[in-house]
Design a protein around this ligand. Structure first.
Ligand SMILES: *Cc1c(COP(=O)(O)O)cnc(C)c1O
Length: 420
């Protein structure tokens, strides 16, 4: 459910027409609906209200400060994966008791920063990281709260690039080695074991893998408790899928909650969730202008001013994104075409062989469901400045990240110093 809708023939984000924003800020740009964002957050909060819980939004899905600020002000915590994301969390005043630190390659500096600011826990992904956390904490004279991220070896049945809970994935500690490493952790002087963590993948459209993973983790939990460890947090990760196409019907946060809480009924725990995509994915669109309509020998191409550097998901995962006209025209015939960008790569596309309205040069279009892993994965490939980001709140909109300039892009570069 989102707040992008047609009124007459114009596409609106909440109460603002997208062509009006395009006129004001130019194209391409990302447009986010704050109301959609908060609606999704609330869906999680309500789904889990029967138990002690923290909704720690996964910052990497979309790390714009205005988005983080809106979520944190409405009670969300944050799941961070780098020192940069920690700074963002600090910038929006996210309380330490609402932050979890995930990630497979935390540097000593990042661990130090997290322990200095304070976090609920560090989700540790390897034996080597455990020893590093212990050493850094010792240097600071503190005890680091940790969870071990368990790789339960379940198949999330999603795209291989976004599955993380299989033996062959780099993430987490193999399920079979968990007890030994927890025992080791409980012996270290500068760590405190406080939780268990598990995140099996992204864009999951079926509850079965969540349940399977949870059952494995629950088995572990009782063993740890029997061994006298005080496990207070169970972090079940993120990963809930969203509808990208009309036929997609992923589980709702309420259905996810029911499945999780059924498994955890009698456990005295704080449940942590790390949703990213499910909060922000359908709260954002990418707005672009048609530069050219081109007839190839076999195909029609609609060339837009946005490219794979702005939204990588179709190129990277062959992901489906809906395409809509910003102004509907019923007098034009539909065509089957590819929507492509200006980048010098054949993988630079947003849609392939899609039945579309008859776009013409200068028309505006939106690429839907682009709020998650859109801007945050964008790059400057082909020396293209990154696009502007706009947030809508009711009848108002604001630029929440200015369009980059080419000058900013070249700022850090210099020629090799000459001899004379
Ligand atoms: C990316 C990630 C998430 C968020 O995943 P979504 O599919 O966007 O919900 C949560 N936890 C961890 C550890 C992640 O790496």
């Amino acid at each position: 459910m989102d707040y992008f809708h047609y009124s007459g023939d114009r596409l609106y984000c909440e109460e603002v027409a997208l062509d009006r924003i395009a006129e004001a800020v130019g194209t391409p740009f990302y447009c986010y609906s704050e109301r959609t964002l908060l609606r999704h957050l609330r869906a999680f909060q309500e789904a889990f209200r029967a138990v002690d819980h923290r909704i720690c939004y996964s910052v990497k899905a979309n790390s714009n400060l205005a988005i983080l600020d809106a979520l944190v002000r409405h009670g969300a915590g944050l799941d961070i994966v780098s020192g940069g994301e920690l700074e963002r969390a600090q910038r929006v005043g996210c309380p330490a008791e609402r932050i979890v630190f995930s990630g497979v390659g935390k540097s000593a500096a990042e661990i130090r920063a997290a322990l200095t600011h304070g976090v609920i826990m560090l989700n540790v992904e390897s034996e080597a990281e455990l020893y590093r956390v212990n050493a850094v904490a010792a240097g600071l004279g503190v005890r680091a709260p940790v969870a071990l991220r368990i790789n339960p070896d379940v198949n999330p049945r999603t795209h291989p690039h976004i599955s993380t809970g299989l033996k062959r994935n780099k993430f987490g500690i193999p399920h079979g080695r968990a007890i030994a490493l927890y025992t080791e952790a409980s012996r270290l002087a500068n760590v405190v074991v406080v939780g268990v963590d598990c995140h099996i993948g992204s864009q999951l459209t079926d509850l079965a893998p969540f349940i399977e993973a949870l059952r494995r983790v629950r088995g572990l939990l009782s063993q740890l408790r029997a061994a006298g460890m005080d496990i207070r947090y169970l972090d079940v990760g993120g990963g809930l899928g969203i509808p990208y196409g009309e036929e997609d019907a992923p589980p709702s946060p309420a259905q996810l909650a029911e499945a999780i809480l059924t498994e955890l009924r009698e456990e005295a725990l704080t449940v942590i969730l790390e949703p990213g995509r499910a909060i922000v994915g359908n709260a954002g669109v990418l707005v672009a202008r048609v530069e050219y309509v081109k007839s190839g020998e076999e195909k029609q191409f609609i060339v837009t001013d946005a490219g794979m550097n702005d939204l990588l998901r179709p190129s990277l995962y062959n992901a489906y994104h809906g395409i809509l006209p910003v102004v509907r025209r019923f007098d034009r015939e539909e065509v089957t075409a590819d929507v492509v960008g200006p980048i010098c790569e054949s993988g630079d596309f947003f849609a392939r062989d899609r039945l579309l309205p008859g776009f013409q040069e200068g028309d505006l279009l939106v690429v839907r469901s682009a709020g998650a892993y859109g801007f945050s994965m964008s790059s400057n490939y082909n020396s293209r400045p990154r696009v502007a980001e706009v947030m809508v709140r009711g009848e108002r909109f604001a630029i929440v990240r200015r369009r980059e300039s080419v000058r900013q892009l070249l700022e850090n570069e210099q020629l090799f110093p000459g001899e004379a």
